[in-house]
Design a protein around this ligand. Sequence first.
Ligand code: NDP
Length: 272
Amino acid sequence: MQKFKKVAVVTGSNKGIGFAIVKSLARKFNGIVYLTARNESLGIKAVKNLQDEGISVNFHQLDIEDSHSIERFSHYLKEKYDGLDVLINNAAIAYHHRENDFTPEIDQVINTIRVNFSSTLNLCNALFPLLRPNARVVNVSSRAGFLSNIKDQNLIDRILSKKFSIEESIQLMDEYIQLAKSGQHKNLTSNCYAMSKIGLNLLTEAQQILFDNDERKNIVVNSCTPGYCATDMTSYTGPLTPEEGAKTPVFLALLPENYDSFKGKFWADEQC
Ligand code: NDP
């Protein structure tokens, strides 16, 4: 067992911003970086592309929607390193930039909330027990998750009235899916991607409260936007490169051990 090596994991990193995060982290992180992908051959190809540039990273298959895949990976990390120091939750999906996609609205809602919120939470639940003191977790979110994207004042008031627990965040996502079944969800937000990222930001705050009360000292989680980037997700409409998008997630992953400032917060351009 390689217990004392620092280990970083990036989800959904065979392409796009996740791939750029791995590339940057591999240069800056004093430890082993895991590029993970749901599709094994795409992941291995991505690792090979980095090797061709002289950058060495490890690969492991990880589909955050698949409980068996999560279980296999967490077991592997436990056996091999007995710990984890950086987790970047980058994997996500979005339908709103896709032309000629005829996925029914209700399926878009269910799939988006499942991947971007529920599966991210499931992975956290599996990997958080492995986090070591001073670990850093980054939830890659979006400005779409700003409360200004909520149309319903009652929901804004509800979110502002108190800190949401993890259970309350789950409940909000469930309520949204129920509304979508009767077509009323658009009264809350313009699209389900926004709602999934609102949920992720609420989750981030709730996760930090748990870390603040954890006997493992100084574990920090933040959420952030990479900014609007040219990737498959945006059909290459964003003005930023994936490398530019990787900057804030990598900055948050490498917050120093003596860091004692903003935690559980949303960041953009390396600022909170
Ligand atoms: P891409 O669509 O280019 O990449 C998404 C990655 O997530 C892919 O590797 C994809 O794998 C992976 N993924 C999707 N579902 C799963 C799953 N179930 N398990 C594991 N991996 C999965 O997106 P971006 O690089 O643009 O986005 C990265 C992050 O940045 C996302 O969280 C996104 O919401 C956020 N973001 C992006 C912005 C942008 O302008 N691009 C703006 C704001 C936020 P596969 O290749 O197999 O599909």
